[in-house]
Design a protein around this ligand. Sequence first.
Ligand code: GAP
Length: 447
Amino acid sequence: MSEPKLEDIVSLAKRRGFIFPGSDVYGGLSGTWDYGPLGVQLKRNIMQLWWKMFVDDRDDMLGVDAAIIMNPKVWKASGHVDTFTDPLTECTNCGARHRVDKLPDFIERGTFDAQSVCPTCGKKGVLSEPRQFNMMFKTNVGPVDDENSLAYLRPETAQGIFTNFKNVVDTSYPDVPFGIAQQGKAFRNEISPRDFVFRSREFEQMEIEYFVHPEQWETAFEEWVKRIHEWCKALGLPDDMVHELEVPEADRAHYSKRTVDFEFDFPIGREELLGLAYRTDFDLMNIQNASGKSMEYRPKDGSAPFVPHVIEPSFGVERAIMAVLTAAYTEDEVNGEKRVFLKLPYDLAPIKVAVCPLAKNKPELVAKAREVYDMLRKEFGQVLWVDSGNIGKNYRKMDEIGVPYVVTVDFDTLEGEQKDTVTVRHRDTTEQERVEITNLVPTLNRP
Ligand code: GAP
């Protein structure tokens, strides 16, 4: 079947309560998105899986959760105040603002000239000279609104890790190499937010700063390439849709000596899913110089102290969600009818199982189904109770939100040879099997 289009994903996400435009009821707010009941669960599952794989299951990782608003000195020292910019042009005819490096004319000719066409109003020669636009959101801390109270919403979670490097070392005494992980919101005043959640103004990152001896950075970098491929696999992303891009020096962030972008074949084309960067000692040295506090690490074996170098795998949650939905979106045909279903990996499915009583006007049947539902809820948390519509329609609905199993309680469950058994229907194959209620939990626990 053909690859899903972006409209298919956006429409399913809204129709089924995964993702809504932010402030929808007031006409939206560009670059912001709200997660509905299924979306929040999917997002949490992705973030929990990440934490499990990269923190809980390893003995060289520690976590932090730093404040979103940090001392503005952080962003001066990190280089963000001076260099976290995108080139902006304004249309003197319609007032639209565009990122210069995203303009079709610029992409085609590699330069920006006065003949370039405004993509909003279509007029030529109306675009202003490009200027650098800093993408950090500003705010003021406290009641006085002046430059002394100026602060920024963090544009990356990474700095909350670097600024806590010493605190973590002094309280947890990890051996190098070790990593510090953090998940949380990041904010960027993107000039042109676009393509659903792909380029948002408020989004979530999952970042690791992995501290190594300066001579060990290459080994650690290669190791992280492998770990990232494992992560993509766990998200259900097919190998042939994930690509490594060695980022040339001119395109690398100001702090990076080597960057590999992991790109994914999104419905909008091949684009960055996540990044892996060698940040050297850039950040720790900046903090050391700006704060006057030593960022040296003293090995327990008494060998010479050093300022560690850093490998940074940086994951965007929204892009992970978009990739997961793209890879999971599947169309097939069942009994001559088109079916859309989300082939989500079991760990990511927002709801693992739904329970349907075959008839809702038979109290005995409903009571038995409730018993099954209560038992499964204890085990699986989110279990859906579905007692309206016909069974075929219910299956289609559950397929569309990626529920791996639907359990149907019918008259045979109550009496006869099949007493105390139920039908379990599998999402991916649509196959059905009869399972004893006492055997349900182990049957549904894993794919
Ligand atoms: N600390 C390094 C850093 O922030 P980045 O490449 O700017 O590096 C890392 O961002 C990841 O964050 C990206 O690969 C992407 O997944 C996600 N990301 C960045 N900007 C985003 C945006 N405007 N909307 C959604 N996700 C974004």
